[in-house]
Design a protein around this ligand. Structure first.
Ligand SMILES: Nc1ncnc2c1ncn2[C@@H]1O[C@H](COP(=O)(O)OP(=O)(O)OP(=O)(O)O)[C@@H](O)[C@H]1O
Length: 716
């Protein structure tokens, strides 16, 4: 069975033959003649390269074609699908002497060739240079399949036949727009003038790499942020936006939409000497979410006290919950409350909740879980030491380093909370800063001791807790560090002293160091600091790689947004903007699917401006024109078909095909504007259009720029 194909570029068909499985059954066959002027086809590539479009019409088109037309001769039954005549044999002497055909941009030259079913496909094929191959030469499909298997949709180079028919390495610039055509480069015009843009459409695969995948194969999850991280970020997002609909909490100064974070019923006045409440709130001035810590019943007796926390405003450290605003007093809660405003870290927990979550404060009982890994303890020590260094170097002190005032904001990521509060509430207590800083070190030692001993009250019996640490097989180094921080070396047994001062212990021993500052401590744990630093760099690498994937997804989202902005938007179609745009040689798209019984030798786009211009009201006329661009004769119709091809595919049974890989692959090719062709089918399956991604890209860009012009803005 034969169907009629109209092609403007024979090379395109060749290309499709080799790459598109849907078109494997296409062979060039029979007499080829230019429909426009009746001239036989000449194989000069440059003459037929401007369109890059293959129009295929099935039965309906076949009916419309006039078999008596001089430009088309149906094949004889004798040759039907068995031994098609060679192309040369079908060209008459008169036709061979015909003038060389020069294509016009507005109406690309069109050839008639024959379409065969797969069964009929067999013998002859014509390459881009016009050379005829028979089956033996091509070795059935092997010539195609070898190029198909080597095909990488993301590559920018490929072997293509040159003008002489020899396979040569040629540069395909998939995303280059057509520049001025150069002699001998008609297939890929603009290559000589091409300036390499950033190849932002290419994914650079990052390790670890899968061994069983081919170079161009990517698993779907490679394109997206890992599930656990996505869930975590979404949970944080939700937590930040969460509101209580019937909340009776007041607005405090500029802070509104208060949500309590303190879900613990047991109120504890120990850390600050006041009952505290913690709220999430939105600052009306900048719209950001902050945490308000309220000290209930605080009365300001000395106005200077409130300024005592100002020094903490200047501290910006990754291991501290930073104070963001001046503290202030308020009566919004019906009492006199002191408010501290800090950064909000959604979904965070305190170390007390994390490590002693099921521990009852009043039971005094021991929480039983598996011992915390030493690496985690070192991570805590290094991070808190880092926070203390930031404070101590500014002549400040943390003053409260307890499990409930250390926030866990990510995996093993901790921040010191509640800094500066005691500076206000205990303003009058005359304690020197060095004394407070020494106390910070002791508190740090107690905190680590409690977590290592797995008991929040472990510091109340240091000796027993130290024994517990030994039972948990922590290293001598950790043991020694805790002892040094606690300043409790004298309380150790002679046996413990022996362990710490043995040659196995790190030299110089911390116990032998007299000066006790955070810098001394940090200097003595450099090995652990570098280990923690290394793991933090690795997690940063991981996040950067994840971010780079999202960057690609962001690009695809923008492309999808563009497509949806322009698709089926008649009021902004080019017909409304410029009636001549369809016929214009400079129109970005020179292809369309027109009715094949138009009565003309070549397809011509319907000029929407010509018909009925005086018969209707002007507005109705405009609407008519507008819809033309999306109609089956309109220049944007193929974009619509492409949308169907990407998103609305169905299988042979008519079931929807939901293939994310297909969507991503096609959107990437569209974004890159590759020369590869795609076969688009109308919904009634009566018409098929073959168009390159490059043309599609130009269509999208042109429609989008029209839209932007109409929107009166040059921004994208
Ligand atoms: N800056 C913050 N960002 C996010 N959540 C926070 C922040 N500060 C505290 N929270 C959360 O608020 C809750 C209460 O914090 P708070 O410091 O009062 O701990 P607590 O366990 O209630 O201590 P206390 O025994 O002193 O009352 C905790 O669950 C903590 O995770």
């Amino acid at each position: 069975m034969f169907r009629t194909i109209t092609v403007t570029d024979l090379a395109a068909l060749e290309n499709i033959n080799s790459k598109n499985t849907l078109c494997r059954n296409v062979s060039i066959y029979g007499k080829c003649r230019n429909e426009q002027d009746g001239c036989p086809y000449s194989h000069g590539k440059s003459k037929f390269s401007d369109g890059g479009l293959l129009l295929v019409s099935s039965q309906s088109a076949k009916r419309r074609f006039n078999v008596d037309s001089p430009s088309f001769k149906p094949l004889t039954p004798a040759t039907n699908g068995t031994m098609p005549p060679s192309r040369n044999a079908t060209i008459s002497a008169g036709a061979a002497n015909a003038a060389v055909f020069t294509p016009k941009a507005a109406a690309p030259p069109i050839l008639c060739i024959a379409w065969q079913t797969l069964d009929e496909f067999s013998m002859n094929s014509v390459d881009a240079s016009g050379q005829t191959y028979n089956q033996g030469q091509l070795g059935d499909s092997s010539a195609f399949s070898s190029s198909a298997s080597a095909y990488d949709p993301f590559t920018t180079q490929s072997t293509i036949p040159d003008a002489s028919g020899n396979g040569q390495q040629a540069h395909i610039i998939p995303y280059a727009h057509d520049g001025p055509p150069l002699a001998g480069s008609a297939y890929y015009p603009g290559t000589a003038t091409f300036a390499q843009p950033p190849q932002y459409h290419l994914y650079a695969p990052m390790g670890p790499h899968r061994e069983n995948l081919l170079a161009y194969q990517r698993p779907a999850h490679d394109f997206f942020i890992p599930n656990d991280l996505r869930q975590e970020l979404q949970r944080r997002n939700e937590a930040t936006l969460q509101v209580f609909p019937n909340s009776t909490l007041p607005q405090v100064d500029d802070f509104h939409t208060l949500v309590p974070l303190d879900i613990n019923n047991q109120r504890n006045t120990a850390p600050f000497g006041y009952q505290t409440w913690v709220y999430k709130a939105v600052d009306a001035r900048d719209g950001n979410t902050y945490v308000l810590r309220r000290l209930e019943g605080y009365r300001l007796t000395d106005a200077r006290a409130i300024d005592a926390a100002k020094g903490f405003l200047r501290v910006n450290n990754g291991n501290i919950v930073n104070l963001t605003h001046d503290s202030f007093t308020t009566r919004a809660f019906g009492d006199s409350s002191l408010i501290f405003v800090t950064d909000f870290h959604p979904c965070s927990k305190t170390l007390a909740e994390h490590h002693f979550g099921s521990f009852s404060r009043n039971s005094g009982g021991r929480h039983s879980t598996a011992p915390v890994p030493e690496q985690v303890l070192w991570s805590y020590i290094v991070q808190l030491a880092c926070a203390l260094r930031a404070l101590h170097s500014r002549a400040l002190a943390a003053r409260v380093i307890i499990p409930s005032k250390v926030l866990l904001t990510g995996k093993n990521r901790i921040r010191l909370n509640g800094c500066g509060i005691l500076d206000v509430t205990q303003y009058d207590a005359q304690r020197s800063i060095s004394e407070l800083q020494q106390d910070d070190l002791v508190q740090l030692g107690r905190l680590i001791l409690c977590i290592a001993a797995d008991n929040p009250n472990a510091h109340l019996n240091t000796q027993k807790a130290m024994d517990n640490i030994r039972i948990h097989h922590y290293s001598v180094n950790l043991y020694e560090s805790i002892v040094w921080l606690l300043g409790a070396a004298t309380a150790l047994t002679s046996q413990q002293q022996q362990v710490l001062t043995s040659p196995a212990a790190n030299q110089p021993s911390l116990l032998q160091q007299q000066s006790k500052t955070i810098d001394t401590f940090l200097a003595s744990i450099t090995t652990q600091v570098t280990t923690v630093f290394d793991s933090s760099l690795r997690s940063e690498d991981l996040l950067t790689s994840t971010l780079s994937r999202e960057l690609e997804n962001g690009r695809l989202v923008r492309l999808m947004a563009k497509l949806n902005l322009i698709l089926e938007r008649p009021e902004q179609s080019p017909a409304a903007v410029s009636n001549n745009s369809i016929n214009s040689a400079s129109t970005a798209t020179s292809m369309y699917l027109g009715p094949m019984n138009s009565g003309t030798a070549a397809f011509k786009p319907a000029n929407p401006a010509t018909a009925h211009i005086h018969q209707h009201h002007q507005q109705a006329q405009v609407h008519h024109q507008q819809s033309q661009a999306w109609s089956e004769t309109g220049e944007r119709y193929y974009l619509k078909l492409f949308r169907d091809y990407v998103f609305h595919q169905v299988d042979v049974q008519g079931n929807p095909v939901v293939d994310l890989g297909h969507v991503i692959l096609n959107l990437n090719k569209l974004d890159a504007g590759t020369e590869e062709k795609v076969m688009l089918m109308s919904r009634d399956e009566q018409n098929v259009m073959v168009v390159s991604y490059k043309e599609l890209k130009r269509g999208v860009e042109s429609a989008f720029s029209e839209l932007m012009k109409a929107a009166g803005s040059g921004r994208r």
